[in-house]
Design a protein around this ligand. Structure first.
Ligand SMILES: Cc1cc2nc3c(=O)[nH]c(=O)nc-3n(C[C@H](O)[C@H](O)[C@H](O)COP(=O)(O)OP(=O)(O)OC[C@H]3O[C@@H](n4cnc5c(N)ncnc54)[C@H](O)[C@@H]3O)c2cc1C
Length: 261
């Protein structure tokens, strides 16, 4: 079973900073983690490999510092790590991201399942998995909470819906996005951490992939974030120190005025 897991490095949520000119994330100098949902995708990939044999490759598009996320995945037991990094890829929207990842997946070639997290906690669109599946013209199941079986070139999976779940059967190869109910991600072993430190990470840039420059990075992105801002909170507070009766009366009057307004 050949598995590819697409992972995104995201800023630690409390430290998200946006470049006000381009409205893209400022990644430099920001503490980063593997997108939490992608940890479940890695775990599921590893479990399938342990059951059926094969190989798990992690794939990420991002700046050079994403190597640390890929090393984290290698420490968990992933076999190979590929980073797609080039200044031309910067500022990609979901379509340009899907297009670039798809070119890399085509270059990897042989795969049965491509795993994605349900969504990235910064961009939050949940579009990249479906985008890649569409460009590759393969089936997809999103929001998967359980893989029931894989046999005879087919997969049976449960995906969460608003009021329950569906059981879906599909042929392989397939793209799957996972929710956190699917498993409990493992922790890296000491041996895993040591070998991940020495492991080689393959880096592919624009010239390594069969890409059209018109469709990559900020210039190849039809969606561009116009403006990001924190809504102004117009808060007005008053402090009262009167007797409870007095305050209750004042409050009732205020509420009446508010209702009649
Ligand atoms: C605040 C904010 C708002 C944004 N809004 C939009 C928007 O409305 N429209 C738009 O097109 N773009 C938007 N972007 C840009 C968007 O972050 C990028 O396109 C990003 O690379 C992928 O989109 P996402 O973060 O929504 O990922 P999602 O589609 O939510 O990610 C789903 C899964 O896809 C995989 N994945 C995602 N990105 C990568 C990657 N770089 N490498 C490998 N795997 C990956 C992971 O498995 C991830 O769990 C926004 C970014 C920010 C910071």
């Amino acid at each position: 079973m050949n598995i590819i897991v697409c992972i995104k490095q995201v800023p630690d949520t409390v430290e998200i900073k946006i470049n006000p000119e381009t409205n893209t994330l400022i990644r430099e100098g920001v503490e980063s983690i593997i997108n939490p949902f992608d940890m479940y995708a890695i775990e599921e990939g590893l479990r399938i490999k342990e059951k059926f044999d094969g190989k798990v490759t992690v794939l990420s598009m991002g700046p050079p510092q994403v190597k640390s996320a890929l090393r984290e995945a290698l420490a968990l037991g992933v076999d190979d790590a590929i980073l797609l990094s080039d200044e031309k890829f910067a500022g990609a929207d979901t379509l340009a991201t899907s297009y670039t990842l798809t070119a890399a997946i085509k270059k990897i070639g042989n795969f049965d399942i491509i795993f994605f997290g349900k969504q990235a906690i910064d961009g939050d669109t949940a579009q990249v998995g479906p985008g890649v599946a569409t460009l590759l013209e393969i089936p997809q199941i999103v929001f998967v909470r359980k893989i029931e079986s894989i046999q005879n070139g087919k997969i049976l999976a449960e995906r969460i819906t608003e009021d329950g779940y569906d059981v879906i059967e599909s042929t392989l190869p397939i793209a799957i996005s996972v929710v956190k109910e699917i498993n409990e991600p493992r922790l890296p072993s000491l041996r895993g951490k040591m070998s991940a430190k020495r492991a080689e990470i393959t880096i592919w840039n624009f010239d390594d992939l069969n890409l059209d420059e018109k469709f990559v990075g900020l210039n190849g992105s039809p969606t561009q974030v116009e403006r990001i801002f924190t809504p102004k909170l117009d808060k007005h507070t008053e402090k009262w120190n009167d007797s409870p009766e007095e305050m209750a009366k004042k409050l009732a009057e205020k509420m009446q005025r508010f209702i009649l307004k």
